[in-house]
Structures are given as structure tokens and as C-alpha cells.
Design a protein around this ligand. Structure first.
Ligand SMILES: Cc1cc2nc3c(=O)[nH]c(=O)nc-3n(C[C@H](O)[C@H](O)[C@H](O)COP(=O)(O)OP(=O)(O)OC[C@H]3O[C@@H](n4cnc5c(N)ncnc54)[C@H](O)[C@@H]3O)c2cc1C
Length: 480
């Protein structure tokens, strides 16, 4: 390795850390900058929350099971890595359900189905139609997602449809989480167009005009959700394979030190007593780990702020059945469970309905979510009790009492961050403080500005842009 290499240590080998290493190396090649990356990951495999297990012809996902393509970063990265032939997209818009009186009720997707849905009373339906006429909020500050949606769509729509749907994605409470982080685009539409509906029409018009002006044909339609033939670990493995630096597995970072008088100002201490010296550190862990690592290195206000970001535990349980044992296989992408229902599950996903390739043809897979903010203790149930609970629920909701052919359990303790109101302003404040106190120490990851896989990739990609800009004078010296 060249002595003049800039040593960059990235803590955390989830998609955020790996994307940071990948885009850093790519940018360095383009700018002829000598740098060496080391990704430190405490687990035995990279990927973090992305955890695919291939087992007896099944592709079981323990964490994320697909990504949205509306946010293009994951889709683009797959293409950039040559995975385009491995991508599998959803072929239909997909039916989504909400549990209603113990049975799945379809979520309305068009005006006709809104009129006939049992999920909303007549009053709830009329309130929804008022959205374009509801006065926009005058303050531009953050508010809770629940407060935003209640103002715009009414309580019934939120409690009966949106809250369970979003709560099951984020595994948290919409009345506490920040609208700017979770649905910032809708909040912007309200600010700019006075209404979400008007904002959506304006966006469609804008896109059409852009296409017309550029003479571009309508781009080929992308599927709404995509995954990879062998599961999302394929993305992790493909990014990891492109990284020229080191990826050290089973290597937990226990401490961080900063001494600006050293040639390499950062010392990254490992659990086994070894340490690495670095010019730059990128923390790509959950935010409470960032807080631990920064403890004593930066103002305590910063670590305290990082610690305020709540995380909830969740356990996913994939259950496979013989198709021949199921009279009426569930045809939806998922069923979410509102608080008003007695079911102890957070949600159930139709893994086979969404992507049939994930199971042998004669098998059918459902995935239950247990725990979350609603009943965190259930995520820790011993295996036998957990399976019994999930089977009981599947029997009640879908009438499936057949013996499962396979079960796959994945526990996340904790799982996803729940960015509270004011979160983005707090993160910006933390970053400002870090830039003052710890130059060349950066943060990325799901706990900052969005937690979907595309959000994580976007954040790491834009962080690399910022790092390259910050490095400008240094890169000129190194190249000299
Ligand atoms: C059950 C579940 C379902 C989900 N479903 C979807 C979905 O369908 N689509 C979607 O887009 N997103 C989904 N998500 C969200 C998404 O998967 C995550 O937000 C994203 O993968 C997080 O990536 P990350 O790299 O920021 O963090 P992580 O994946 O948490 O990675 C952080 C890494 O840091 C490592 N680490 C921690 N401490 C240390 C230390 N001291 N030293 C070294 N390493 C350390 C961890 O082991 C981990 O590998 C889901 C999440 C969960 C939990």
C-alpha cells in the first residue's frame, strides 16, 4: 500500500457502510486520489439488516425483502454492479390489506374501492375527499407524521388504514415519528401546492412537461418493488466484491480516540485489543452505537442527542406450507394490523404472492412480524411460543391450520430507528458539531435521513460527494 494513501475506516458493514466504501473508492479513482478503505463489521457476514438465507430451495429474508424503485438508488446500484439480469420486479400493483374485525379487508386503491371499503365510514370517506380544500399549515417546521396525516386526511383514514400500514413498515408509532424523515415529499407538496392531491397532479404535469421538452420517450416502466433472484444478500455480496480495500468481519469496534497532533489523528480500537490508525472515520452503525463510540471524544450533548433516537425490536417469522394444504392462498403483498384489532402480530407479508420465485412451486410462504413498538416483549418469546403464537394467528386470520413445511426466524433487537419530530434538524446540528470538533469524521446510515435500502444508499452516496469536496485541498497535496 502506498505510504501516502489516505486511510479511511468505515465502522459497520451494512448496506450503508458498504455503499460508503464502494462510492468512496469509485470517486477516488475518478479523481486520481490514493485512498485505502477498511470496513469493520462485528458480525460474521456483511449486510447488517439485510439477511437472506437460502434453505431447501427457499429464499428466506430475515430483514428487508425488496426495495422500492421510486427512490432509484438501489435499482441504479444493482445496474451499476451488473446485477440487472438478477433483478426480479413485482409484476402487478399488489393488493394490500388491513385486518378488520379479524379478517383481511382490502385497502382501497381507486375512487370506486374507496366508496365501497368497510374500512371507512361515510363520514371518513367524505373527510378524505376534502383533502384538496384543507388549508395548508403555515409553519415549515417538522411535525409528527400522524399530525400531518390527521390534518390532511382525517382521523379515520389514519387510524384505520395509514397508521397500521406505516406502523408496520417503520415498526413504530406514526403519532411520534417525524414527517420530514418518513414522508418529507408529502410535507413539501403541502407547502408548495397547498395540498397533497394538488401536489401529486402538479408533479405528474411537471414530469410530462420535462419529457416533452427533452423529446424523451416515456421511460420503460419500472416495477414498483424489486429484489434479486437469490435474495437481497446478492446486492450485499456484489458491493462487497467490488470493494478493493479490506472488509474485516467479526471485528467489533470498541472505542474511538482522536488526537489531532498525530499524523493519522484517529485511533479505532477493536474488541480484541488491536487498533487501526486512520485519517478519516465513517460511522455507519445504528445511532446508539455511534453514541457509544463517540462517548468522551465529542461534547456529551452530541452523544446524548444520538441516544434519544428510539429503536424497537422485531422478530420476523417466515412460515412455509404445502400449497395443496391451503384452500385459498392469500393473494396480497401484506396485511397490516391496526391497534384496535386483537391480533398480536404487527403485520403479515405474502412473500409468495409478491415474489413467487422465493419458494419451490408447490410451496407458499407467509412472513409474520412480531414485536415492534406495540408489544416489544413478544419479539423475545422463546422459539416454541413464538411459533405457536404465529400459527394460531395464521389459523385465525387465514384459516390455515396445516403443518408448516419450513420455519425461519430472525430476531432484530433492536430493529429500525423511529426518527422523532425534529429529527432532521437534530441530525444537522450533530453534524455541524462533529465538523467543528472532529474533522474528517462522518456519519451515515438508516438512523439519519431515511431507513429504506435506497435511502441508505442515497445517504452514503451523497456523503461521499461531501467527503470529496472536503478533501479537495488534501487531494491536491497528495497528488502533487
Ligand atoms: C425486519 C426488517 C424489515 C425491513 N424491510 C425493508 C424492506 O423490505 N425494504 C427496505 O428498503 N428496507 C427494509 N428495512 C430497513 C433496511 O433493511 C435497513 O434500514 C437497512 O438495511 C439498514 O442499513 P444500515 O447499513 O444503515 O444499518 P445496519 O444494516 O444496521 O448495519 C449496521 C452494521 O453495523 C454493525 N455494527 C454495529 N456495531 C458495530 C461495532 N461496534 N463495530 C463494528 N460493526 C458494528 C452491525 O453489525 C451492522 O452490520 C427493514 C428492516 C428490518 C429490520
Amino acid at each position: 500500500m502506498n505510504q501516502q494513501n489516505l486511510e479511511i475506516v468505515i465502522v459497520g458493514g451494512g448496506i450503508s457502510g458498504l455503499a460508503a466504501a464502494y462510492y468512496l473508492e469509485k470517486a477516488a479513482r475518478q479523481q486520481n486520489l490514493a485512498l485505502h478503505t477498511t470496513v469493520l463489521e462485528k458480525e460474521a457476514q456483511p449486510g447488517g439488516k439485510i439477511a437472506t438465507q437460502q434453505q431447501n430451495g427457499f429464499v428466506f429474508e430475515g430483514g428487508p425483502e425488496s426495495f422500492v424503485t421510486r427512490k432509484p438508488e438501489a435499482w441504479e446500484l444493482c445496474h451499476e454492479l451488473g446485477l440487472q439480469d438478477r433483478l426480479v420486479g413485482t409484476t402487478q400493483p399488489g393488493k394490500n390489506y388491513v385486518l378488520h374485525n379479524g379478517r383481511p379487508a382490502i385497502v382501497p386503491s381507486g375512487p370506486g374501492s374507496f366508496l365501497s371499503t368497510p374500512l371507512l365510514s361515510l363520514g371518513g370517506k367524505l373527510r378524505l375527499l376534502k383533502e384538496p380544500f384543507v388549508k395548508p399549515r403555515t409553519e415549515a417546521s417538522d411535525e409528527s407524521l400522524g399530525s400531518f396525516l390527521r390534518r390532511r386526511l382525517g382521523d379515520e383514514m389514519v387510524d384505520n388504514i395509514v397508521k397500521p400500514a406505516i406502523g408496520s413498515v417503520y415498526l413504530g408509532n406514526v403519532d411520534a415519528m417525524s414527517v420530514q424523515v418518513s414522508f418529507g415529499r408529502f410535507a413539501e407538496m403541502e407547502q408548495q401546492h397547498g395540498s397533497v392531491v394538488k401536489g401529486m397532479f402538479a408533479l405528474m404535469k411537471e414530469k410530462r412537461a420535462e419529457r416533452k421538452a427533452s423529446g424523451e420517450a416515456r421511460p420503460p416502466k419500472k416495477p414498483a418493488f424489486a429484489t434479486l433472484q437469490g435474495g437481497l444478500m446478492e446486492l450485499v455480496n456484489a458491493v462487497a466484491a467490488q470493494i478493493e480495500g479490506d472488509i474485516l468481519l467479526e471485528t467489533a469496534v470498541s472505542n474511538l480516540r482522536h488526537d489531532p497532533t498525530n499524523a493519522k489523528p484517529y485511533t479505532v480500537e477493536l474488541h480484541d485489543g488491536r487498533s487501526l490508525n486512520a485519517d478519516m472515520v465513517v460511522l455507519a452503525t445504528p445511532t446508539f452505537v455511534m453514541a457509544d463510540l463517540l462517548n468522551g471524544v465529542v461534547e456529551t450533548a452530541v452523544t446524548e442527542q444520538l441516544r434519544t433516537i428510539p429503536y424497537n425490536p422485531v422478530t420476523t417469522v417466515n412460515v412455509a406450507f404445502n400449497r395443496s394444504d391451503i384452500a385459498d392462498p392469500f393473494d396480497g403483498f401484506g396485511v397490516v394490523v391496526p391497534e384496535s384489532e386483537t391480533s398480536q402480530l404487527l403485520a403479515i407479508e405474502g412473500m409468495s404472492a409478491k415474489f413467487p420465485h422465493r419458494a419451490p412451486d408447490d410451496q407458499f410462504v407467509l412472513r409474520a412480524f412480531v414485536g415492534g413498538q406495540k408489544q416489544p416483549e413478544l419479539a423475545d418469546l422463546p422459539e416454541a411460543e413464538l411459533i405457536s403464537l404465529v400459527r394460531q394467528e395464521l389459523a385465525q386470520i387465514f384459516g390455515i391450520s396445516a403443518q408448516p413445511t419450513q420455519i425461519h426466524i430472525q430476531r432484530w433487537q433492536p430493529a429500525n430507528p423511529q426518527p422523532p419530530v425534529g429529527h432532521l434538524a437534530m441530525i444537522s446540528e450533530i453534524e455541524k458539531q462533529l465538523a467543528n470538533e472532529l474533522p474528517q469524521l462522518y456519519l451515515t446510515g438508516a438512523g439519519l435521513r431515511g431507513q429504506g435500502i435506497p435511502d441508505c444508499i442515497r445517504q452514503s452516496r451523497s456523503l461521499v460527494g461531501q467527503i470529496m469536496a472536503d478533501l479537495q485541498p488534501a487531494s491536491q497535496t497528495l497528488a502533487a
